[in-house]
Design a protein around this ligand. Structure first.
Ligand code: KIV
Ligand code: ZN
Length: 545
């Protein structure tokens, strides 16, 4: 039977995490999974269990913590289905089965490429060989789990006749969801929609399966292609929060959900997502992946509900619907509220955080409250945006191998200099001073002279959390560690593949130089955590409920 709503299959933790620099720790992944559950997503693709022991553990932890009873605040009674990706390969399927086992509803998602270019150059397999693997591996996955999804990778460039054969082989072997990925983001909406219609007409048994789509955004058409597929009968859409994912990303969860919501008149079918949680999910994913959301991003961008032009403002004052097709509250982007100040107590602080979706307690609350008090001394009015920056700065940081104790800079037209005092992994404090091209450069050089984790700064962004001279500054950085420069005795096998990776870090402070130092140290701590295989020890573990 076909579902009565469009299933939202979220792949933020799998395809999304494949974005350069978006690596998350296991605790961050768990926080994201809880948020996805509160959003009401139907399926969480929690990872690719065979990729590494860490990935397997992360999927299993999510299956246990989110996949058994769901989490408080989930808008639907059943917990989400927890899914692991697996190549059409027995060892991958074994790992996926092990990882999802604790979940009430588990799914194995297996795939093999079907397009001529992939068959000839990547797989070096004939059509018949590919069909044989599909039949064999889908039945193998079915021997562990009744819910199996199959994807013919690069379906967007696969010959239709062969795609029908591949999908039929998967259905006969027991797959109940058939996902059609536009892996390289090549198709355009009318064409992709027609492919879905043709699959519905030509694949025997398809009426008993759910058609899913997974569109990449290389031409900026991922959301449009997904919606065109829905109009042609797809009943599951694979998406990622903020549209993150390989290369140009995946279809954005919030855009697909809100298009179906706002244009329900046209689509006649919606999702079971609690749209008021969208902004919060977007902020969390942006924080833990270090992928900044562009201000003009649909639904969750900072300007998505800002009206600048005089004519627009005049219209809005007369009637909101003149220039607004949805209310900001519908996506959880209510107006910034002035909530707390210097005299607010711990209880009011904890309550407000809980209302914002961060039920912090214990040690996490103590630390966040201490930071709040310091901030309230400098800044008269603390807004929700300040609180969110502060709490995520406190909670979503990697294990602190190196901690910033003090910083002093001298800058101007002469020689910018910086002195930093850090506490190292051995608990000893060390001080260094350096000259740079500017104060941030000098700070980063001084930090490097103590930590010795050579890396290239790929990206540095600073933004103000709210308006005003006393606003918190939030800095995000992306760094790439230099190949081959990790001490050989410190290399965790998993680090081998992290050498080519990008690591992010963020920091918030009223002084942007301090925020810059914190962001850089956070990125360095991430590199060290992965090198030593201790990334699970992030501060977030146990801090947020
Ligand atoms: O883009 C893609 O083809 C994928 C598959 C594994 C579904 O991510
Ligand atoms: Zn993909």
């Amino acid at each position: 039977m076909q579902p009565d709503h469009v299933r939202i299959f979220d792949t933020t933790l799998r395809d999304g995490e494949q974005s350069p620099g978006a690596t998350m720790t296991s605790s961050e992944k768990l926080e994201v999974a809880k948020t996805l559950s509160r959003l009401g997503v139907d399926v969480i693709e929690a990872g690719f269990a065979a990729a590494s022991p860490d990935d397997l553990r992360a999927v299993k932890t999510i299956a246990e913590a989110v996949g058994v009873t769901g989490v408080e605040g989930r808008p639907v009674p059943e917990p989400p289905t927890i899914c692991s990706l697996a190549r059409a390969h027995k060892p991958d399927i074994d790992k996926a089965a092990e990882a999802i086992a604790p979940a009430k509803h588990g799914r194995i998602h297996t795939f093999i490429a079907t397009s001529p270019i992939h068959r000839e150059h990547k797989l070096r397999m004939t059509k018949d060989q590919v069909l044989a693997v599909i039949g064999e591996m889908v039945s193998y996955a079915r021997s562990f789990c009744k819910d199996v999804e199959f994807s013919p990778e690069d379906a967007g460039r696969t010959e239709m006749d062969f795609m029908y054969d591949a999908l039929q082989a998967a259905i006969e072997a027991g797959a109940s969801t058939l996902n059609i990925p536009d892996t390289v983001g090549y198709t355009i909406p009318a064409e992709f929609g027609e492919r879905i219609a043709m699959i519905r007409e030509n694949v025997p048994g398809i009426e008993n399966a759910v058609i899913s789509v997974h569109c990449h955004n290389d031409l900026g058409l991922a959301v449009a292609n997904s919606l065109s597929a829905v109009q042609n009968g797809a009943r599951q859409v694979e998406v990622a929060v903020n549209g993150i994912g390989e290369r140009a990303g995946n279809a954005s969860l919030e855009e697909v959900v809100m298009a179906l919501y706002v244009r329900g008149d046209l689509y006649g079918i919606g999702t079971q997502i609690d749209t008021t949680q969208l902004t919060r999910a977007s902020r969390l994913v942006s924080k833990v992946t270090g992928m900044v959301v562009q201000p003009n991003k649909a639904i969750v961008g900072a300007n998505a509900f800002a009206h600048e032009a005089g004519i627009h403002q005049d219209g809005m004052l007369k009637h909101e619907e003149t220039y607004e097709i949805m209310r900001p509250e519908t996506v959880g982007a209510g107006k910034t509220q002035l909530v707390l100040g210097k005299h607010s107590g711990r209880h009011a602080f904890a309550n407000r955080l809980a209302e914002l979706g961060y039920p912090v307690s214990g040690d996490g609350l103590d630390k966040a409250f201490a930071r709040f008090k310091k901030l309230a001394d400098k800044k008269k009015l603390i807004t929700d945006a300040d609180l969110l920056a502060l709490v995520s700065d406190e909670l979503y940081q990697p294990k602190e191998f190196w901690r910033l104790d003090a910083i002093q800079v001298g800058c101007g037209t002469g020689m910018p200099t910086a002195t930093v005092k850090l506490t190292g992994p051995d608990g000893q404090t060390q001080t260094a001073a350096e000259v740079g091209t500017g104060p941030v450069d000098a700070v980063y050089k001084a930090i490097q002279s103590l930590v010795h984790v050579p890396c290239t700064l790929l990206e540095y962004t600073v933004q103000s959390v709210t308006e005003g001279i006393d606003a918190l500054g939030e800095v995000s950085v992306r760094v790439s560690p230099h190949e081959g420069e990790a001490p050989p005795d410190k290399i965790n096998p998993q680090y081998e593949h992290s050498r080519a990776r990008v690591f992010h870090g963020h920091g918030a402070h009223t002084d942007v130089i301090v925020a810059s130092a914190k962001a850089y140290l956070a990125a360095i701590n991430r590199i060290l955590a992965l090198r030593e295989g201790t990334q699970d020890d992030s501060k977030a573990a146990g801090s947020a409920a």
